[in-house]
Design a protein around this ligand. Structure first.
Ligand code: NAD
Length: 481
């Protein structure tokens, strides 16, 4: 019989109130992995009430900031000890390379340790006053119950980016993981329980976005929503939270430019372009899907990228030698297939790839690493997020023209720059309309480094000390002495 996973509420596994479940499927083998509880408004209400009860409890308040840090540190330790299991579960769920998920799990304890160290450094300040009889100071307070809604592409890393700062700041949380990747977030909640977090501090309601997700966003006792996912869903959530004047942090989609100047080390740049777009089969928000190469190196870069793209080993994500796994689910595959068709109809040349690979033993949602040329900024394949292994490569001549093209997008998540000229690096980084700019590297990330999506790529900040303040409110206290 298929394994069944239930919600995790108030420190216990709780069956869905309607008794319904949905399935999670391995995208490589198409075998059903497990069934997860299909949460509804009643389940969400139960989880939020539990989180609110814990937030208001003397037990949670007595824990104090330093001890909250210890709890987070212990949870980080447990994540490290269980890294192999967590990596395997994520890889089975979303089809990303086991190798990559192991790397993410090795990094994950760092997120907990970072916010553990900050938990007792949240403080207010004394404000200068023109009246000597007045003492004015500020204090930072936790918000209450934070709702975290996360996608499937890096389930635990993206969930941790939200709950570690939220818990460090003294909030309690209810998480609604993606319906494609419920398991590891449930495992994380169990580890938090083992680490000593009180019941109700970390709750998980699994289910569909339009059901459990929507119920979490509209729950009256939620103090803030922290969301990572598509720009469309983010816009919907932003409208709802704005109408209720509650906070929201949004990490959304992207269409990031990866720019290769004429003086770049083209071999390194080509590797950066390949990693930028084909890692995780292009299913990363920061995918460098628009590649701009100076016309003096365009042909060389195209050749190097194409050669590498054609040699990428596609197959079972659990094997060490595999370089590209499947797309995470059927709709993803169909979306990528349809975009490549749209591109061809718009006049793009499918220079390499452009189809499902043949000769694989696995029946899953695999798609070839694809290079599109003869593309321009008016085409949908250059304007819209494909979220798959499809690079559009374009030549440019002048820097001002390049900057205009690179910034001509609704998104502003990230950008890459490849040059050996320091002045070019600084100047172009300054002028790019993107929240993260990498120079001569791509995809670097750390819990210490704040990241913000500009334009339609987000609202608010994740990572860094700034992120923790997003889970607090600031009170100004005036005392007439
Ligand atoms: P999605 O928007 O479809 O779903 C994200 C989450 O929202 C899921 O848990 C889903 O169940 C839930 N959801 C869906 N509809 C909802 C609703 N009406 N109310 C409440 N919750 C709802 O996105 P996805 O397909 O899971 O993820 C891919 C997207 O995420 C891409 O656009 C990608 O760029 C983006 N992403 C952004 C970042 C970042 O840091 N900026 C990181 C990873 C992924």
């Amino acid at each position: 019989m298929t394994e069944r996973l239930n919600h995790f509420i108030g420190g216990e596994h709780v069956a869905p109130s309607e008794g319904t479940y949905f399935t999670s499927t391995n995208p490589s083998t198409l075998v059903v992995l497990y069934e997860a509880a299909r949460g509804n408004a009643e389940d969400v209400d139960r989880a939020v009430s539990s989180a609110r009860h814990t937030f208001e409890s003397a037990a949670w308040k007595r824990i104090g900031a330093t001890a909250r840090g210890h709890l987070l540190r212990r949870l980080g330790d447990l994540v490290g000890e269980n890294a192999e299991q967590l990596a395997m579960c994520e890889s089975l769920d979303n089809g990303k390379l086991l190798r990559e998920m192991r790397g993410q799990m090795r990094m994950l304890p760092e997120y907990f340790y970072y916010y553990a160290g900050l938990a007792d450094k949240i403080q207010g300040s004394q404000i200068p006053s023109t009246n000597p009889d007045i003492l004015n100071y500020t204090q930072r307070e936790a918000l209450g119950v934070v709702g975290a809604i996360t996608p499937w592409n890096s389930p635990l890393t993206l969930t941790t980016s939200k709950i570690a700062p939220a818990l460090a700041a003294g909030n309690t949380v209810v998480i609604k993981p993606s319906e494609y990747t419920s398991r590891t977030v449930l495992l994380l909640a169990e580890l938090a329980d083992k680490a000593g977090f009180p019941p109700g501090a970390i709750n998980v309601v699994t289910g569909l976005g339009a059901e459990a997700g929507a119920a979490l966003v509209s729950h009256p006792k939620i103090a803030k929503i922290s969301f990572t996912g598509s720009t469309g869903t983010g816009s919907h959530i932003a409208a709802q939270t704005a109408a209720r004047f509650i906070g929201c942090t949004l990490e959304l989609g992207g269409k990031s430019p990866n720019i290769v100047f004429g003086d770049a080390n083209v071999a390194n740049a080509a590797m950066g372009v390949v990693a930028g777009i084909y890692a995780a089969a292009g299913q990363t928000c920061i995918a460098g899907s628009r590649v701009f190469a100076h016309k003096s190196v365009y042909e060389e870069l195209l050749e190097r990228v194409t050669e590498r793209a054609r040699s990428i080993r596609i197959g079972d994500p659990l094997l060490d030698e595999t370089e590209l796994g499947p797309l995470a689910f059927k709709d993803q595959l169909e979306k990528v297939e349809s975009y490549v068709k749209i591109g061809a109809a718009e006049g793009a040349t499918v220079h390499s790839g452009g189809g499902r690979p043949t000769g694989l033993e696995l029946p899953g949602y695999f798609y070839e690493p694809t290079v599109l040329t003869d593309v321009d900024n008016n085409m949908r394949v250059v304007r819209e997020e494909i979220f798959g292994p499809v690079a559009a490569i374009m030549p440019f001549e002048r820097e001002d023209e390049l900057l205009a093209l690179a910034n001509d997008t609704e998104y502003g998540l990230a950008a890459g720059v490849w040059t050996q000229n320091l002045a070019t690096a600084h100047r172009v980084a300054r002028k790019l309309d993107a929240g993260t700019v990498w120079v001569n590297t791509y995809r670097a990330m750390s819990p210490m480094s704040p990241r913000q999506g500009f334009k339609n790529s987000g609202v608010g900040i994740e990572h860094g000390i700034e992120s923790m303040y997003e889970y607090t409110r600031l009170k100004s206290i005036w005392i007439n002495t």
